[in-house]
Design a binder for this molecule. Structure first.
Ligand code: IFM
Length: 383
């Protein structure tokens, strides 16, 4: 199976550092910020991206998912930084030179601060602003096939609800408030606008699959819970070139909504239930709801300080993926989250990385799981 992508993922704000013109930076640094920790220098990938790509290649992966940061490309409304575009062009070329397939995300949670301050996704010009940004980025994507327009629009829209109430983002996946529907609608329109700009690419958006499961027969309640939080975003993906599946855990839904993770459940560092079956289930769920649209696993992984547990989790997750593919799911690739122990939106403690990063020197050290996963392709896909 030659065309299957086997890679790793990250995002600009979580790895590059000093994303000072972004709304996330402003949120992290404001007095009384709900974020426990600031992103700061992150992993300094802004300067170390070439070494990161070398590492990805040497570990045996063939693909690399990264994001272009809107706040760097357009730090002030209407003022496009050619230097920022050149930076991301170098990363694209760096991938191609190393034989890595770049998977480029155009929006991964953070936006320019000016955009947020002027109404964010609720501003009447939001979609046109995003379209203009996509138009600016398109020329540097020469040689790229896979483009993710917006990462986890469902999380973005749910976080919008939480921020309105001034509650910190995060918590147990799935037990979040319903999305701000106006934000959800704007994101859908922005996604469509971006796709219209990007002819000749494989474009799609990447959705957080939260593994909603009906508890004790609460099927109707589960469906009602899942529609605003997940299914409406899958509906938008109908007719796209691909849909990104991002799966980590599951959430049980009872008669009154999402249930807390059971006391006795094994948990990861994010507090989520250790549930590797999430990946296979998410792929099957997506294939059923978005028939005919190829699937790219754009994220899957575990926050753990125990690297053997990472291998245990990922091995079982990949078995589930393989089984879903054997049953007919059209999956085009697996991108593990994440390459690095990067900034987890408020904290560096939940370590998802295959590679650790010294927080003072930024030195990278590949964990055993990195070598293991690089070689695992053959077991899952065959030679
Ligand atoms: O780190 C995040 C990523 O930015 C989006 N998907 C989930 C990951 C783990 O929480």
């Amino acid at each position: 199976m030659v065309d299957f992508l086997w890679g790793v993922a990250g995002s600009a704000h979580q790895t590059e550092g000093n994303n000072v013109a972004s709304d996330m930076w402003a949120l992290e640094n404001r007095p009384g910020s709900p974020m426990a920790e600031r992103s700061g220098d992150a992993c300094d990938s802004y300067h170390r991206w070439a070494a990161d790509l070398d590492l990805v290649r040497s570990l045996g992966f063939d693909s690399y998912r990264f994001s272009v940061e809107w706040a760097r490309v357009e730090p002030v409304e209407g003022r496009v930084s050619l230097a920022a575009l050149a930076h991301y062009r170098r990363i694209v070329e760096g991938c191609l030179e190393r034989g890595l397939t770049p998977v480029v995300t155009l929006h991964h949670f953070s936006s320019p601060q000016w955009f947020q301050q002027d109404g964010g996704w609720l501003a009447s010009s939001a979609v046109e602003r995003f379209r203009r940004y996509v138009r600016a980025v398109a020329p540097i994507l020469d040689g790229v096939t896979w483009v993710c327009t917006i990462n986890e629009p469902n999380m973005l829209a749910m976080v919008a609800t939480m921020l309105k109430a001034d509650r910190p983002a995060g918590g147990v996946a799935g037990a979040m408030p319903p999305p701000d529907q106006d934000v959800a609608d704007a994101l859908a329109a922005a996604h469509r606008a971006a796709r219209a700009e990007l002819t000749g690419f494989m474009t799609g958006w990447t959705i957080a699959n939260q593994g909603f499961e009906a508890h004790e027969g609460a099927v109707a309640e589960r469906d009602a819970w899942a529609w605003p939080r997940e299914d409406q975003f899958l509906e938008v993906a109908k007719g796209d070139d691909f849909v990104g599946v991002q799966a980590y855990t599951r959430v049980l839904v009872g008669r009154d909504g999402a249930l807390p993770v059971p006391e006795e459940a094994r948990r990861t560092l994010t507090g989520w239930e250790f549930h590797p079956a999430a990946l296979g289930n998410a792929v099957r769920y997506t294939a059923e709801r978005v028939p005919g649209v190829p699937i790219l696993v754009t994220e899957n992984g575990i926050a753990t300080a125990d690297d053997a547990e990472r291998i245990e989790y990922t091995s079982a997750a990949l078995d589930g993926l393989r089984a879903a593919m054997d049953d007919g799911a059209d999956v085009r690739g697996y991108l593990h989250w994440s390459l690095l122990d990067n900034y987890e939106w408020g904290s560096y403690l939940p370590t998802f990385g295959l590679v650790s990063v010294d927080r003072r020197t930024f030195a990278r050290a590949a964990k055993p799981s990195a070598h293991w996963l690089g070689a695992e392709r053959a077991r899952i896909l065959g030679p």
